[in-house]
Design a binder for this molecule. Structure first.
Ligand SMILES: C[S@@+](CC[C@H](N)C(=O)[O-])C[C@H]1O[C@@H](n2cnc3c(N)ncnc32)[C@H](O)[C@@H]1O
Length: 234
């Protein structure tokens, strides 16, 4: 019970501190609400806090994951990549002023990615890419997971239920108000995510991560349990 309330206090303080870094009131308010209510941030912290491997945050937005992890005591270098120059501008000012070893870079993750080995987060990004690009990206990222490291994916399987449609609607709304990129949405099925990971190399855990939200978000955790297999020539 005591542990639980200390955990909650740590979470609440981190959310408030990250939000206070954003000079624009509207954005600070959004950030605080998002961090407080979305269960992915404490879940990612729980998974990553004991690893010293660097973190690649693919489709990092304004850098919420990196900032939240820092405010909860994680010290690993974080590199965030996002196509949206406006979000990168908001976040990289804060990273430069407040957080050592956090870099946010404007980059389309459908192109060549920087050399990387460590832990990887891919949160709510896949559904912005066409199916073939989703597979290409997942296969590439699988090769970047360090021994003992993990890739954390969060997305919304299109099961046609009310939670799925609410998620779809919320994404459309975010696109309509110009907060998210206006590209066609292609929500990946559970199988289409999992099939990119060799069962001999990765242990996969998938579960709903609903928290108190009405959305159909699921977390997919791919833990590298064996080195990458290199195909033998001939
Ligand atoms: C719903 S937001 C999630 C942001 C962040 N992962 C988070 O959890 O706060 C999806 C992000 O993916 C980014 N994105 C979409 N397509 C991308 C691409 N091709 N390359 C890089 N980023 C992309 C968007 O710009 C947006 O910031």
């Amino acid at each position: 019970m005591e542990n639980q309330s200390a955990e909650l206090a740590g979470h609440e303080q981190a959310c408030a501190r990250v939000a206070a870094r954003f000079p624009q009131r509207w954005l600070g308010g959004y950030v605080r609400g998002k961090l407080r209510r979305d269960p992915i941030y404490p879940a990612a912290w729980d998974l990553l806090c004991s690893s010293s491997e660097p973190i690649l945050d693919v489709g990092c937005g304004v850098g919420l994951l990196a900032f939240y992890l820092r405010e909860r005591g994680c010290r690993q270098p974080v590199l965030g990549l996002d196509l949206d120059a406006r979000k990168i501008r908001h976040g990289s000012r804060i990273a430069a002023d407040c957080y050592e070893n956090v870099e946010l870079r404007c980059q389309d993750v459908q192109g060549a990615l920087p050399d990387f080995s460590g832990n990887i987060a891919l949160l709510d990004v896949l559904h912005y890419l066409p199916r073939a690009k989703q597979c290409e990206l997942l296969s590439h990222l699988a090769g970047c997971v360090a021994p003992g490291g993990m890739l954390i994916v969060r997305d919304c399987p299109p099961d046609g239920g009310p939670r799925f449609w609410l998620t779809w609607f919320a994404e459309k709304f975010a696109q309509m108000v110009s907060w998210n990129l206006n590209t066609p949405l292609c929500f990946p099925s559970r199988a289409s995510i999992e099939e990119n990971f060799n069962a001999a190399e990765f242990k996969c855990e998938t579960r709903p991560l609903w928290g108190a939200s009405p959305f159909n978000n699921h977390i997919f955790i791919f833990r590298r349990c064996a080195p990458k297999t290199v195909p033998v020539a001939g």
